[in-house]
Each structure stands twice: as structure tokens, then as C-alpha cells.
Ligand binder design. Sequence first.
Ligand code: ADP
Ligand code: MG
Length: 155
Amino acid sequence: AMRRLPYFCRGEVVKGFGRGSKELGIPTANFSEQVVESFPSDISTGVYYGWACVGNGDVHKMVLSIGWNPFYKNIKKSVETHIIDTFKGDFYGEILSIVILGYIRSEKNFTSLEALISAIQEDIEEAKRQLDLPEHLKLKEDNFFRLPECKPVNH
Ligand code: ADP
Ligand code: MG
């Protein structure tokens, strides 16, 4: 998995490539290519959990997928955040702040849409459990989320 957790990241939400995540009931906010390229190159693909906040809004639990972008013939990574809450509308163009705290699983191929959806539902349940642990809950209050102008600092 990733050596440098927690990992803080902030960037603009852009249009994805319309794989229909929203239609599956699991919309994923995509980071711009620039943000993706700023990620450490040794980061493993797969599913992670952490905290996320849109603009200066509330901090929510999230699951994050880091994977290969089929649109670019799998030569570019995509980083997509599903915030575990319901929003009134889209927030394209807004600044998404996230902190990645842990790894759930590697990327998988699924034989059916039903299998994919149920795997993601399990990821979400795992993320919820993990994030209730005191060591993870404390990051929800991190100053990073209250200082939207400040650049993420990763050690
Ligand atoms: P795209 O292919 O453009 O990423 P998606 O179907 O993945 O389209 O939907 C993602 C968009 O849905 C996000 O960019 C955001 O504007 C909106 N959205 C609404 N609710 C959520 C949520 N809970 N988590 C992530 N994105 C959400
Ligand atoms: Mg998406």
C-alpha cells in the first residue's frame, strides 16, 4: 500500500469520463490531471478511506479509488473520491480537500455490475468502521480542513 499515510491533498473537481458512477448511486469526484500527477509515484492503486470536504463545508467520510484511466489507454492514473453523504447537486469546479488514512484493497476486475456495486458497498462499510476509530476520528478535526487557503503539507 502507500507508505506515506496520512496523505493530504487539495484540488479542483473536474468532469470525469462519464463511466456512469452517478447512475450506480456512487458518484466519484475526480481530481484534475495536475493534482493526480502531484501524487507520489509509489502510491499503490486500489481503494482507500479517509476524510473529505468540499470548499469550506463539513468534513465527511470518504472512499477513494486510485486507478488506471481507460480513457487515456491506461497510461494515466485517476483519483476519484466518493463522499459518503448525499449532496443536493454537483460540485464541479469546487475545491475538494482530502486526507487519505488507510488502504482497503487493490484494484479488481468484476464479472458483473452487481458484483462491482456490492464490492463498493463493502468498501464503504469498511471505511465507516475504520473512520470511527479514535486515531482516525481525530484527523476529522485537522486544521487542514479549516484553512482552505493553506497548501497541504506531507511529511
Ligand atoms: P464524472 O464522470 O464527471 O466524475 P460521476 O458520475 O462520477 O461523474 O459524478 C461525480 C460528480 O457528482 C462529482 O464531481 C460531484 O460534482 C457530484 N457529486 C454529488 N454527490 C457526490 C458524492 N457524494 N461524492 C462525490 N461526488 C458527488
Ligand atoms: Mg467520477
